[in-house]
Ligand binder design. Structure first.
Ligand code: LIP
Length: 278
């Protein structure tokens, strides 16, 4: 199914689709957005989330009717998360940082990754409010607005700027781990930042603007593009306990270097979100 797939053409198509979708997001971000609550009172969705996901899926289907999708809003509409197979699969968060979007706080983005044979070949993270476009193709480096980027190379936790999130659920076991980690990490690093977008947090690591990111509670669509972009910028993406990254586990740790990743993993209180995405 994937033999002979022109990944250069795929990249061009998704790049253009994210530009078109970005115009829709930026236009709708000028005012506060109406929203609906999904799994809880801080897990929001807007009509723009729905419209962007449909725009991207319809645009891809015009070229590749047999490609598969794992989209945040489609996955939340009752059918659950589609199973990831070897088929070319587009993993889409139409508006990552929907809470920011609702408040017209300009740190939201479209995050799209393409997996073929379960290997991520393309990643795009695009914040249209601030014209921040992060892109990567496997083996071809990571780029910010067309300029090659690389991680900071930071190896020491004590000198690291770390990003993480409170997340979009308030369930007690998760919040205990989140708060314990914030309290611990804040005492051991240069600084802790909460952007409100998992994908943009990872993009900051790729840019060298942050040195590490961790989060337990995210979904595959939050991290698919960021995983590739960080690695193509010379960073590492692992499980927050120090093992191999598992995109369906709802857990991620991205860092500028393996040394920093392992140092951070050693201090984190672990939380294992359920259900997984698979
Ligand atoms: C959100 C992320 C946020 C994370 C949440 C959620 P959404 O994505 O942007 O950083 O903490 O768990 O995944 O729901 O806005 O697309």
């Amino acid at each position: 199914m994937a033999e002979g797939l022109d990944l250069g053409k795929c990249f061009e198509i998704i790049n253009n689709l994210t530009t078109e979708a970005g115009r829709l997001i930026a236009r709708n971000n000028e005012t506060r957005q109406d929203f609906v609550c999904k799994s809880g009172d801080i897990d929001l969705v807007t009509q723009t989330d729905q419209d962007v996901e449909k725009l991207i899926m319809d645009g891809i289907r015009q070229h590749y009717p047999d490609h598969k999708f794992i989209g945040e809003e489609e996955s939340s509409s009752g059918g659950g998360v589609n199973k990831l197979t070897d088929a070319p699969t587009w993993i889409i968060d139409p508006v990552d940082g929907t809470m920011n979007f609702v408040h017209a706080f300009p740190h939201s983005c479209i995050s799209v990754g393409l997996k073929v044979n379960k290997v991520t070949e393309i990643g795009i993270i695009y914040n249209p409010m601030l014209e921040q476009r992060f892109t990567a193709r496997r083996g071809q480096g990571a780029y910010y607005n067309g300029k090659r980027i690389q991680t900071s190379g930071q190896k020491e936790l004590g000198k690291a700027l770390v990003t993480s999130e409170f997340g979009t659920s308030r369930d007690e076991p998760k919040m205990l781990a989140v708060n314990e980690n914030f309290a611990k990490i804040a005492k051991q690093v240069h600084g802790l930042r909460v952007l409100g977008s998992a994908a943009l947090n990872m993009a900051m690591v790729a840019l060298g603007a942050a040195d590490a990111n961790y989060e337990m509670g995210i979904h595959a669509w939050d991290v698919c593009a960021g995983d590739l972009i960080v690695r193509e910028a010379g960073g590492v993406v692992i499980d927050p306990a120090g093992g191999e990254f598992d995109i369906m586990s709802r857990r991620v740790l991205a860092a500028a270097t393996p040394e920093l990743a392992q140092e951070l993993a050693k201090v984190l209180t672990q939380f294992y979100p359920q259900p997984r995405d698979d």
